[in-house]
Design a protein around this ligand. Structure first.
Ligand code: DOR
Ligand code: ZN
Length: 361
């Protein structure tokens, strides 16, 4: 009895831990209604703030809709100090006045470009970026960032090449026309995107998901079709994953944390036409810690997770901390979500890091 207590004390004393400034998630899907109530607490327990995607049905295209959505999110995380940072959904017809109102609102931090048809709930997205030029002009003036789903929708283009072709067809002309527009290239997946971001000026940054760092495209076909590894942009070749790992390990401030946690009910993923999206909010910061630890760059985690994002957006860094222990935890096979369930990233597997506590600095 005494001996086992001694082993427990020893284990506690020798546990490796890391304390970092409380992180933010710069790309997140919270959904709405009962799903929102189920998933938002996962994010609020580890992140101080999150950029919330507007691809609801109907899409959040106006400041009025964004205020109402903000209220619903705040109700879902009541009792926490989590701060949602809202976004507007760009359409072919977003009036420049809506941008002025968004900028004045102070709680809208970006405008999301979904090429029409590129992904979940993107039907009202942009059919031709040129139609948005007056709106983008206003965003450039206001300093409101454009958050980009960077894939062409042209069915002639192979699904694995859509990010690369988007850079050539849309992004390069865009930064030429709007050199002062802040752009976040969301959930980058390729070496081409890493190169583009590194070669662009300081107004271009990128978010990187945990799943694109953890897996290459083989993960979708590992012994059979794996719908829970299907997301958009789709997982790519190993050489692209390695380029993402190098980008985050380099400590370049243009690359920061954005989970793209995108919950879909299990039944909608395991279907003959399964939805794109990977739910990672349940253990996001622990997954990033695992990744940084694996590549011997744990000392770079804090800047990636907690400094580079707010610096890019011109927001203050958080003044609380979070502590993670190197203690194994097993991820559940599923979590309840509204009246259904959601399968989390790494379901049933064990990961080496676990949140210990949150503190004031
Ligand atoms: O995999 C994805 N899921 N990619 C997106 O761009 C959208 C997201 C969703 O909303 O489900
Ligand atoms: Zn997304």
């Amino acid at each position: 009895m005494l001996q086992s207590a001694w082993y427990i004390i020893q284990a506690i004393m020798t546990t490796e831990s890391i304390t970092i400034t409380r992180p933010d998630d710069w790309h997140l899907h919270l959904r709405d209604g009962d799903i929102l109530k189920s998933v938002a607490p996962f994010t609020a327990k580890q992140f101080q703030r999150a950029i919330v995607m507007p691809n609801l049905v109907p899409a959040i295209t106006t400041v009025r809709q964004a205020v109402d959505y903000l209220d619903r999110i705040l109700a879902a995380v009541e009792g926490t100090d989590f701060e949602p940072l809202m976004t507007l959904y760009l359409t072919d017809n977003t009036p420049a006045e809506e941008i002025v109102a968004a900028h004045k609102s102070c709680f809208i931090k970006g405008v999301k470009l979904y090429p029409a048809g590129a992904t979940t709930n993107s039907d009202d997205g942009v059919t031709d970026i040129h139609r948005c030029y007056p709106t983008l002009e206003e965003m450039q003036r206001a300093g409101l960032p454009l958050l980009v789903h960077g894939e062409v929708t042209d069915s002639e283009v192979d699904v694995f090449d859509r990010e690369k072709v988007f850079i050539e067809r849309v992004l390069i002309p865009l930064i030429d026309t709007f050199p002062n527009l802040k752009i976040v290239f969301e959930h980058i997946t390729t070496a081409d995107a890493v190169d583009f971001v590194m070669e662009s000026g300081p107004r271009v940054g990128a978010t990187v998901t945990a799943h694109h760092l953890l897996y290459n495209r083989n993960a979708m076909f590992d012994g059979g079709i794996r719908p829970h590894h299907y997301c958009l942009p789709v997982l790519k070749r190993e050489r692209h994953r390695r380029a993402l790992l190098e980008a985050i390990a380099s400590g370049n401030s243009k690359f920061f944390l954005g989970t793209d946690s995108a919950p879909h009910a299990k039944s909608r993923k395991e279907s003959d036409c399964g939805c794109a999206g990977i739910f990672s909010a349940h253990a996001a910061i622990e997954l990033y810690a695992t990744i940084f630890d694996d590549i011997g760059a744990l000392d770079r985690l804090e800047a990636f997770a907690s400094f580079f994002g707010p610096d890019f957006y011109g927001l203050p860094r958080n003044n609380k901390t979070i502590t993670l222990d190197k203690i194994a935890q097993t991820i559940p096979d599923s979590y309840p979500m509204a009246d259904q369930s959601v399968v989390p990233l790494m379901a049933g597997q064990t990961i080496p890091w676990k949140i210990k506590s949150n503190h004031d600095k």
